[in-house]
Design a protein around this ligand. Sequence first.
Ligand code: SF4
Ligand code: SF4
Length: 501
Amino acid sequence: MKTYLPSRFIIERDPSRCIQCKVCVNQCTFDVHYYDAEDDEVRSHEENCVGCHRCVIFCPTNALTVRRNPLDYRENYNWRPEVIEDIIKQSETGGVLLTGMGNDKGYPIYWDHLLLNASQVTNPSIDPLREPMELTTYLGQKPDRVEIEPSSLSLKTQLAPQVKLDTPIMFAAMSYGAVSINVHKSLARAAAGAGTLWNTGEGGLHPELYKYGNNTVAQVASGRFGVHPEYLDVARVIEIKIGQGAKPGIGGHLPGEKVSAEVSATRMIPEGTDALSPAPQHDIYSIEDLAQLVYALKEATNYTKPIAVKIAAVHNSAAIASGMVRAGADIIVLDGLRGGTGATPKIIRDNVGIPIELALASVDTRLRQEGIRNQASIVISGGIRNSGDVAKAIALGADAVYIGTAALVALGCTLCQQCHTGKCAWGICTSNPALTKRVNPDIGARRLTNLLRGWSLELKDILGGMGINAIESLRGNRLQLRGIGLTDTELEILGVKMAGS
Ligand code: SF4
Ligand code: SF4
């Protein structure tokens, strides 16, 4: 059937620069560039281009330009080009439209409507180059009060298991199979080097990475892929995944083509079979059921590790979070609607969930009102783009953040949204052995470590500017935030004052 879809990108190859080296032919995974032997010339099927930039970056002579096809539809605010093209695709395939990465719609990004404070005459700012600045963060349940043994000044109170982070930034859940083993190696090494955590996602942990267990969050998702005693034993934190910001309310699907021999061994499923994660955890239909799983995992790990519970940010997150704390969760993870994924129905990604900023503020407020905020740490994810977002998240009430998309961008991802195809030209979202090699774990770990270091240095600058020398003093300190361009209702939910007041 002839497609009615126009090419999304136009490819221009400058003949005065092109040396016919065929690098673009070899680098492209979407069959865009090809060598025409008859004419001895490299050409392009530009209708296949997804705008991943791989060829442009690797062309040795900068001969290639890829730009958006300026083809305009007739103006129509209702029937925008994306809406028309989605209908065309479904009329040609008859299926659910799948996509990768996160929501790219123009919903408000509240981070961009929040401004941070800085000290001026009184409470002078601190120079982070000359003064020590503390980013150390402890995740886990905190006691309401602590008792000290007077004679030895040692702590009498028995603390719940705590996890120490040198920076409040962790790597988000991305499963082996959805991303390549070299991405997992990069994340694990960078987390270990930076004194933080990375997260296995729902696909288990490759035995080669057990040595990074002390920096690993091991996920227990509805499919229970790769969950066994050793997996729980090596990890530092166990995370029960109930929901995900990119696809709230629905399960996961790793196509059989991505279930290689190694992925199948790690996930404990037959090679080449689809890995289907059910939408719900089939043993959880109430807070009491959740409590049973939380305590089963605490029991299985001898009460030595915090148990996190992750949900997608949805309409009643605050009430759900309250139940999660009462079910014994030591860490609550909230994943907002801009969170990424390897594959999701586009209609879900673009229309379900709420922005993480509103969910975070409402959860933190609710837990404080109920007097149970100390009983769990709050970790958020879903659209954290830079250290400014991190600082604002912490001021809104988060203990730490997860970054997923930002980490993949550091590894080369250009947000082409083709993760579900398994053809990621950057070797990130694939289990194709040839493509997997495109991520070198040594280089990947270095790029991720640099990112964490840069953001951590910037966090210290931000804190110093406020006259604060410890991230702990920023946590939940909404007085350090002001809103701009927000309605009274939005300001009220965020719990911040209008700029100028
Ligand atoms: S990579 Fe660049 S120089 Fe090489 S064939 Fe492609 S366009 Fe020409
Ligand atoms: S991970 Fe790969 S396929 Fe997915 S958006 Fe990034 S570059 Fe594209």
